[in-house]
Design a binder for this molecule. Structure first.
Ligand SMILES: [Ca+2]
Ligand SMILES: [Ca+2]
Length: 116
C-alpha cells in the first residue's frame, strides 16, 4: 500500500472519530452513516419536488417513490453500520486504527485483484 493510500484511510478514520479518542464506537459509526443517509433523503426530496412541480397530476406516485427510496436509504444505513462493525476483530465494541487499516487494506487489495 502506498503512503497516499494510508493517509486517505487515516483521513476517513478521523472523519468518523468525532471525539478523537482513536477508537470508532458504534455511536460514531451510526452518526457517520446517518449523515450520508440524510443527504440522500434530502436529494430524493428535491427530486420528488421537482417531478411534482412538472407533473402535479402524478403527485401521489412521486410521493410514494420518495417514501420507498427513503425507506431503502434508511435500511441501507442500518446495514452499513452492521457491516462496518465487522471490522471489530477483537470484539471490544470499538474499532481501533489497526482494525480499520487492515480492513481497508484488504478492500484495496481485493479491488486491485479485480482490476488485474
Ligand atoms: Ca471515538
Ligand atoms: Ca476492536
Amino acid at each position: 500500500m502506498s503512503r497516499e493510500q494510508v493517509v486517505a484511510i487515516k483521513e476517513k478514520f478521523n472523519r468518523i472519530d468525532k471525539d478523537f479518542d482513536g477508537f470508532l464506537d458504534i455511536e460514531e459509526v451510526k452518526e457517520y452513516y446517518n449523515q450520508i443517509m440524510k443527504q440522500k433523503v434530502e436529494s430524493f426530496r428535491r427530486i420528488a419536488d421537482l417531478f411534482i412541480e412538472n407533473d402535479p397530476d402524478k403527485k401521489t406516485k412521486f410521493e410514494n417513490d420518495f417514501e420507498r427510496r427513503s425507506q431503502m436509504a434508511k435500511l441501507c444505513c442500518a446495514k452499513s453500520v452492521e457491516h462496518f462493525m465487522k471490522r471489530d476483530i477483537n470484539n471490544d465494541g470499538k474499532i481501533e486504527w489497526n482494525e480499520f487499516l487492515n480492513f481497508e487494506a484488504r478492500l484495496i487489495s481485493q479491488a486491485q485483484l479485480i482490476k488485474v
